[in-house]
Design a protein around this ligand. Structure first.
Ligand code: GLU
Length: 315
């Protein structure tokens, strides 16, 4: 097995907006397995820029949940303590003329989209670039948008083997880097942080896969090295709907405080992936009812081998 040449740095990046549910825990588990299976460092990064949605108790609850599951970390960061880092990155883009202020409201954007050809079917609405052409009145509090390059950006996921190409102007549009209330946008913060924290491997939920080309493009504009991306499936409920903090999904905290055994939860999380080739589908092998996180390391290595991770197809 050839290990990646650069030491691996991974991260788990929860938003402290509520209690972690089992889906969050599964993503945390896989991110941890990945970093540890490769002998790497694992970071815990609280994505807490949207202060209106933050629940102050969620930081400690998340830490306790992770500890209970045996998912340790080497360093912890709070995005809310790193505003100067995002300001620096944004200033670089501003000086290069790559951003512009925008005061369009959601309603104005919708109306402009409808007046033009309309949003392409099945795609997210694309900002029509109103303020690119008619600079915003700076007296009103303005958001800052990134003037996306006229390019098609392709990204390959080293776990799923899928490639996603997006034409930035047509499919993404100029997106917000800082909101009109001064809050730095998720896309800016995540790109800056992954680069500045030396993250080499981004293991995260599949809901963020469509956001990856724009993040890669932004990273390139800032001159950053591109991490590897591994998107893992989202956990769904019996209706096939993804678990959500607001949807009443069972919280890890409730299981922990209710006296559940962490080993059983870990075993159930691993089984729920239904990745036969991970091992327990093969003859003579069964996943015990109780496991420690470290017991799952060989299974993750097997999954990476199956994905061709070690055979050099990844960057
Ligand atoms: N903070 C995001 C979330 O909780 C994850 C962001 C990321 O992994 O890039 O969904």
């Amino acid at each position: 097995m050839t290990a990646p040449s650069v030491p691996v740095v991974g991260r788990f990046a929860p938003s402290p907006t509520g209690a972690m549910h089992l889906g969050n825990a599964r993503t945390a588990l896989l991110a941890w397995l990945h970093a540890r299976a490769l002998g790497g460092r694992q970071l815990l990064r609280f994505e807490d820029l949207d202060t209106g949605r933050v629940r102050p108790w969620a930081y400690d609850t998340t830490r306790r949940d992770l500890e209970w599951l045996g998912l340790d970390w080497d360093a912890e960061y709070l995005q809310s303590e790193r505003l100067d880092v995002y300001a620096d990155a944004l200033a670089r883009l501003r000086v290069a003329g790559e951003t512009y202020p925008c005061t369009c409201t959601r309603r104005e954007i919708q109306a402009a989209i409808q007046e033009s050809a309309g949003a392409p079917h099945g795609h997210e609405p694309v900002y029509p670039g109103t303020c690119r052409v008619h600079p915003a009145d700076l007296d009103r509090s303005a958001a800052l948008r990134w003037r996306v390059p006229d390019e098609t950006v392709c990204v390959r996921d080293v776990l799923t083997g899928k490639t996603l190409c997006q034409n930035l102007p047509a499919e993404v549009g100029d997106f917000v880097l800082r909101r009109n209330d001064g809050v730095y946008a998720y896309h800016l913060a995540v790109v800056v942080d992954d680069a500045r924290m030396g993250v080499t491997d981004v293991v995260r939920g599949a809901d963020l896969w469509p956001a990856t080309p724009r993040q890669v493009a932004l990273g390139r504009a800032l001159g950053y090295a591109e991490p590897r991306y591994l998107h893992v499936p989202l956990m769904t409920d019996f209706r096939g709907e993804r678990l959500a903090k607001r949807g009443g999904a069972p919280s890890v905290q409730a299981l922990r405080e209710g006296g559940e055994d962490a080993g059983r939860v870990l075993s159930a999380l691993a089984r729920s992936l239904d990745w036969g080739p991970l091992g327990w589908g093969s003859p003579g092998w069964a996943l015990p009812d109780e496991v420690r996180a470290a017991d799952l390391l060989p299974l993750w290595r097997a999954r990476l081998t199956e994905a061709g991770f070690f055979t050099g197809s990844q960057t």
